[in-house]
Design a protein around this ligand. Structure first.
Ligand code: AMP
Ligand code: MG
Length: 556
């Protein structure tokens, strides 16, 4: 099958909309030197660790590869010229059909616990590193804009063929799952949730056998680091303490900028292993709070899918929940609901325990590790409450302990109401924000009719909802916050659009039929999900009935 659009990026800039000058990311202003893929400052930090951590591998070429999508902003952050992808060498490189700029691909070994059971050695079975890119420092006098990464970024091809760690797998990824990974990486960026990113997506007609015969694709994903809990578990299980120590030294010395958790109460003589675990605990707890706050279910929180830097990693059967159900299971293969929405923080804690076990040979006694682990629950609870407060209009700068304590008294009732009415998670929160904004404009407006306008009818007409809305306003007033101010905070914190399963599915079906334009539209719509743009109204609607019957499994 041939795509109707030869170069999707030709049709409508990269993402289907023309960008305004003022919209241009700061990195473009800061970094006027624009390069081709091969001219970037390629370095080796992680991959120079060599054996036993990383192994040279060779990709399996794809037949007649073609571009499906390119992430312009990410390309700019890397220093790539806007049309970098037009270079035929770039397509060959991103398909795994040519050597990368450093001349070699690498795969790394890790192990892990899958569904709570030790799975032994896993490793990069279908991911291979192209090398790392050193980002240029921001010009003197500028600190770089928020989110602009200034260290090294590793580029990996996912789906470029077998590696020594492929076990029984074919080393490939299908177009369906690659579109989901590509779009969700962008969606997370738009939401402001830490995640690996995706630079581009390349497809081919090469058949790939899953439940049915599908076609192959390769995503180039980008991250300051792809190191997982499972990397540590691997060397602990192999009882290779030297390697374990070298791995720890590497991660400690290459803490990606912006990811360090400020250690105000850390004594100078703290054991670095424990201080580092403490940091991973905090980053992971914060990530869980981020996920819960937008109704994101990862689906396969095995320890080999957990980033040591608290990044969302390995997009498989993930889902942004539609109807709110704390017991929601997004992964059709997860029959016992181990990774159900409400379980995610608990599972993260369990996974951190597995990481702490792996670090045990590096410390003189386990008490410090235990203490670091014990920090998970309070950190998660504080982060979670802070995010709920923020979604309800109170920004972190105004979050006093009293305000959060008062919130705890009524906030769970809001979630219970959503669950009771199986109300759409994203739309209910956004509806609450819009209702608050209208009330701010017209304080005499009838709250009941505003509720009917902005919330699902059964939720709006529940007497408990009206009480709760009054509690919300009282709480805001107690914090000295005007409705106007609160409403604008709420609108900036509760997305109007998320990458719902059915939206991804529609983009997939169209792409499988040869039209990739829906991928570009969705990518644009999810870039800034905190606006009510009319242009993207269709993405903010309730899911259609058929969305309930979509079963997403581990098959990818
Ligand atoms: P995942 O469930 O995607 O996190 O993958 C678990 C392990 O299986 C990892 O080691 C992957 O690299 C490997 N894997 C998954 N799919 C494939 C595939 N098609 N070919 C080779 N290895 C795979
Ligand atoms: Mg994985």
């Amino acid at each position: 099958m041939k795509y109707t659009i030869v170069h999707p990026m030709d049709a409508h800039s990269c993402h289907g909309v023309e960008r305004q000058g003022s919209d241009k990311p700061q990195s473009l202003v800061h970094n006027p030197v624009m390069l081709s893929l091969h001219e970037l400052n390629w370095v080796k930090t992680w991959i120079q660790m060599g054996q036993p951590f990383v192994t040279p591998v060779s990709p399996t070429p794809l037949s007649d590869p073609r571009w499906v999508a390119v992430n312009d902003e990410l390309a700019l952050s890397l220093g790539l010229a806007p049309e970098w992808w037009r270079d035929p060498r770039a397509l060959a490189c991103m398909a795994g059909n040519a050597p990368p700029p450093l001349g070699q691909h690498w795969a790394s070994v890790y192990s892990g616990h899958q569904f709570g059971v030790w799975a032994g050695q896993l490793g990069d079975g279908r991911a291979m590193s192209l090398g790392e890119v050193q980002l240029p420092p921001p010009p003197q006098g500028t600190a770089g804009h928020e989110g602009q990464h200034q260290g090294t970024w590793e580029l990996q091809l996912k789906g470029a063929g077998r590696t020594p760690f492929s076990r029984f797998g074919d080393g490939r990824a299908v177009l369906r799952s690659s579109i989901r990974e590509y779009l969700c990486s962008a969606a997370m960026q738009g939401l402001g949730i830490p995640s690996t990113q995706a630079l581009c997506l390349v497809a081919s007609d090469d058949p790939v056998v899953r439940e049915s015969v599908e076609t192959a694709a390769v995503v180039c994903r980008v991250s300051p680091s792809f190191i997982r809990f499972g990397h540590f578990e691997h060397f602990a299980a192999a009882q290779d303490t030297d390697a374990l120590q070298a791995l720890l030294d590497h991660v400690i010395h290459h803490c990606p900028p912006g990811l360090a958790v400020t250690q105000v109460d850390e004594p100078d003589n703290a054991d670095p292993t424990i201080a580092w675990l403490d940091q991973v605990v905090k980053l992971t707890a914060d990530l869980m709070a981020d996920w819960q706050s937008v109704g994101f279910c990862h689906g396969v929180m095995n320890t080999d899918n957990m980033s040591v830097w608290g990044l969302t990693l390995d997009y498989g059967p993930f889902q942004f929940m539609d109807a709110y159900d704390p017991h929601h299971i997004c992964n059709h293969t997860d029959s016992h609901g181990r990774y159900a929405y409400a379980q995610q923080p608990r599972v993260a804690h369990w996974n951190l325990l597995a990481l702490a076990h792996a670090l045990h040979p590096l410390v003189s006694d386990g008490q410090g590790l235990q203490a670091a682990l014990n920090g998970f629950v309070p950190r998660f609870e504080a982060s979670m409450m802070s995010r709920w407060a923020h979604k309800l209009g109170l920004p972190p700068s105004l979050q006093t302990p009293q305000a959060l304590m008062a919130l705890e008294a009524w906030m769970p009732a809001w979630l219970s109401l959503l669950a009771r009415h199986k109300a759409d998670f994203t739309r209910s929160w956004r509806g609450l924000a819009r209702l608050t904004a209208e009330l701010a404009e017209d304080p005499k407006a009838d709250v009941r009719s505003l509720a009917r306008q902005h919330l699902q009818l059964t939720l709006a007409t529940d007497p408990d909802t009206v009480n709760l809305l009054a509690q919300h306003r009282t709480w805001l007033a107690q914090q000295g916050l005007g409705l106007n101010e609160a409403a604008s905070v709420m609108l900036g914190r509760n997305p109007a659009r998320v990458l719902r399963n059915h939206l991804a599915e529609l983009a997939i079906r169209q792409a499988q039929a040869g039209d990739v334009s829906e991928i570009h539209r969705l990518q644009s719509a999810l870039k800034n999900p905190y606006t009510d743009a009319d242009q993207w109204a269709q993405y903010a609607q309730d899911p259609p009935d058929w969305a309930h019957d979509l079963h997403i499994s581990c098959s990818s």
